[in-house]
Each structure stands twice: as C-alpha cells, then as structure tokens.
Ligand binder design. Sequence first.
Ligand code: GLC
Ligand code: CA
Length: 550
Amino acid sequence: MTRTEWWRSAAIYQIYPRSFADSNGDGLGDLPGITGRLSSLRTLGVDAVWLSPFFTSPQKDAGYDVADYCDVDPLFGTLDDFHELQLEARRLGLRVIIDLVPNHTSDQHAWFQEALASAPGSPARARYLFRDGKGENGEIAPNNWKSVFGGSAWTRITEADGTLGQWYLHLFDTSQPDLDWTNPWVREQFREILRFWLRRGVDGFRVDVAHGLVKAAGLPDFTAPVHADVPGGAGSMNEAVDVPYWAQPGVHEIYRDWHNVLNEFPGDQMICAEAWVEPLSKLADWVRPDEMEQAFNFSYLETPWSAESIRTVIDDSLEAFGGVGAPSTWVLSNHDVIRHATRLGMNPPPPQGDGLGPNSPYQVHAELGLARARAASLLMFALPGSAYLYQGEELGLPEVVDLPDSARQDPTFFRHNGTKYGRDGCRVPIPWESAAPAYGFSPSGKSWLPQPFEWGSLARDQQLGVEGSTLELYRSALALRTELGLGLGSLSWIEGYGADVIAFRTGDLTVVANLGTASVELPAGTVLVSSQPISGTSLPPDATAWISAS
Ligand code: GLC
Ligand code: CA
C-alpha cells in the first residue's frame, strides 16, 4: 500500500464517545451509537474521526484512566462493536484514530493491583513510580510536585500487611498512577498495545500527555516561579521554565521507537501528540521525521482574538512545523477547554482547566462569542495543514455554564473542592433532533450531563440545509477546503488592510478576517463563503470571508 500521508491536510473530527450518541438508552454514548451516526460526519465533510478513550476503565477521569488497553469498556460496547464502527467508517471513506494513554494507567489496571500486592523494590512496583516517603516515618511525600487536577501528585499506600507504606506518583488523579518509562518492560507492553490496534486496522493514535512520560532523574523538587504559567489545566508549561515532569528530552527516544512500530505495518498510519509544550519551536521536536506525524497546536488554540497575535502564531506554526517537514495542525476546541463559541466572547477567558460555572467571576457575551467562533473556524479551515474539530462546534454549541454541582464529574472539580469547575461544561451530550428525547442523543431521554433547554434550537436537524446556520457554514467551508486543496496549500499575507485585519492568499483564494470594530471593504471577486451575511462588498466586524480571485 502506498503512503499518501493523508494526515497532512486532513480535517479530523473529535468524537467524545460518552457524549456523541447513546444507542441503548443508559444516558451514556457508546460505539453502536457512533456507528449509527457516522454518515452525518460524511455529510459534514471531514476526512477522519478521532475517538477519545472507550477502553476498559472505572471512568474516574472519563476513560483517561485505562484498566485494559486492549478491550472495550462494556459501557461503550465490545471489540466487535468497534469492528462494526471501523467497517462503517471505511464504507464512508472516513479514517479512524484512537486515543492512547501511556503516561498513566488506572489504579484498577492489573499491573497496578499487582504492584500494590507486591513488596517495595519488586519488579511489579518498578512499573510505576513508587518511592519511600521523607520524614522519620516516611510521612512526607517524596517531593513537592502538584497534580494537574489539584493537590499533591503523591498518594501513600497501605501495604499488604496493613502498615502505611510507600508513595506513588500521579500527575493527574489519585486513580491515575504514572508509569515508569525508564523501565524496558513498560516500553515493551506499549509496543504490543500499538501492534494490537494496528493489526485491527486503526489509522492512527492521538497520544495523551505526550510531553509527560519521562521525568527528570531523581524526581527533584519543583516550584513554579511566581507569574509563570505552570502548569495550567491539562498541563501547559512555560517556555522559560524547565519543569522536571514535562518535555524531558528522554521522551523522544520513545517516539522514535513507536515510529518504527508503525513502520512494521503497511499503510498510512499516523500519531498525533497531545503535548502542552511551548514555544512552537520546541513542540516541533515531537514531529521530527523519525518521531510523530502531528502535534496539536495549542499555541493556536490559546491565542486571543487579536489579528496581530493570530498572524504571529500562524507564522510561527508554519515556520516551526515546516522546519522539520511536518504539517502544522490547527485546533480551537476539544474536551479539555472552554468551547470556542464561549471562550472567544470572553475577555480574557479564565485559565485553561478552570472551567466556567454559575459563580465564575467572568462575563460571557454569547452572541459575540458565536460570531467570533464562526469567523475563527472559517479562518482555520483555510490554513495549510490539518484541522481538528471537536464534536458540536459545527452546531455552534456554547460551553454549558449552569451545570448543577451535583451533576459535575470532572476530578478537577472535586480535587479543588468546587473552587474550580473543570471541564464538564464542554462535554454535555450533543443535540441531533430537536423534537426527540434528549434531542436525539438517547432514545430514553437520559443524558449523563443535563442538556440545556436552548439546545433544541441548535440541534442538527434545525440547521441542516438552513442557509446561514453554523452547520451549513462548516459544510460549505469543508467542501471548498477539499475541492481547492487548501490543506496542502501555502499562504502569503496581503498587506494594507490595517492592524485589525488578517488577509492572505492561498492558491486562488483570498481570505479576509475582520477582527476590528469597523467594516472592511472586500477585494473584487466572488464571495464563496462568509461567516456573516455580506451586504455589498463590506465585511462586518468579527467575520471572515473567502473570495475567489476570478
Ligand atoms: C489529557 C486529556 C485529559 C485527561 C488528561 C489525563 O490532557 O486530554 O482529558 O484528563 O490527559 O489523562
Ligand atoms: Ca449507552
């Protein structure tokens, strides 16, 4: 099979399985639910889907706590259901990428249970980062590291004989013990996990916390300098700070190894890193020719709504990724951040990971946010490289701010005693049909997080074929993107529009985004698609247009 490197220009749609479509009425999305709705993604016009974890898991972090990497959690279905999903995807011409979570397992994983039952210093313990505590009786944690979700990154165990014992490291929740990636045994297990799914025909992997696997030798204490943005939410890091658990040089050896594992298979599989690493020039190390194919561009996601900042991050991205022969990626939303239809209407938005809730001290301008989100997405789809979408953004869904505390499930909320809301607000099950139970999400009307009443009017059936809807905007843009080969194109800036406008050419297309407060005169040509209605030749504020030169 030839390698087409389809991922260089692909539009990839993130499915968050628990919130996409529920087939059996338990209120939690599942694999048969996804299979039944996949054709709507063909209609949308994406090239591939990425599925967040559906593996065996006690669901302490919505499946990012894996207890068996090679099986499907009964909540989501079976391995056969996954096979059916793949067949349907293939029939529709959609590639399927799955999520790999190698930094930590669930505490219910057999490896960790065995480690708990074994003695300190045993090979079973050596798969994880167990250490003796400090202090006279080992009562002080081995170092001062903090969990990304809040609180200490260490938990002390009770040994098999009932005495208080060693501590284990968990950069995330207590239920997510970190593996020790200096251990060759761990490396071999993950090679086999990759092969297991490659043999089953997956097209690629999104790798969770791909900047965290290797920790600095000796696990030295770390105190974030005041003012440094470390570690925000899912673990971003500041370029100026060397954090002993992020972006350690040793991780690259692992990805070179995985590159070889992918090469054992014919076809065109890829790996995308979830690595919150700055600056982009450093992130580019993850996608050197013998490592991964892509890395999420979180610098782009985090850039505020300012023409100058966006131009700069586009330039930096194309330069950094292009410098190592990799495509840039672009992303505005995922299951860890405030949906961009809400985020772009806030000035400034709260730090990543904090989330939004009824008592957040932030003002949300919903209409402005949606206008900007539509403009931002249309701008993104014109950029050369691969674009990631998060389920529901094609409907213009906002963050759900008024979830009751009793409904919340994100460990962030609990580990901060409710002082941070966390990420549930972007994970609410999406609406399909306005008149159906749970807006078509579930036949029983159940939904693991409550859906807002207003979502009926945003349901897919209210937007499909409706001129001016967000869904139709996405469909037009994605169809044109494919037709014009924009993902493989290059970009040249057009000067002269002033500081608040982003204008560039890609192929025969001119793209103009107006981030200012006054309307902008568009160049001559036909408006192929615009994020707001255009009267005459004037582009309103917070809008983007694609114009064909001819
Ligand atoms: C990544 C995931 C996030 C998860 C965390 C721990 O950041 O995207 O959802 O909570 O890793 O696995
Ligand atoms: Ca279900």
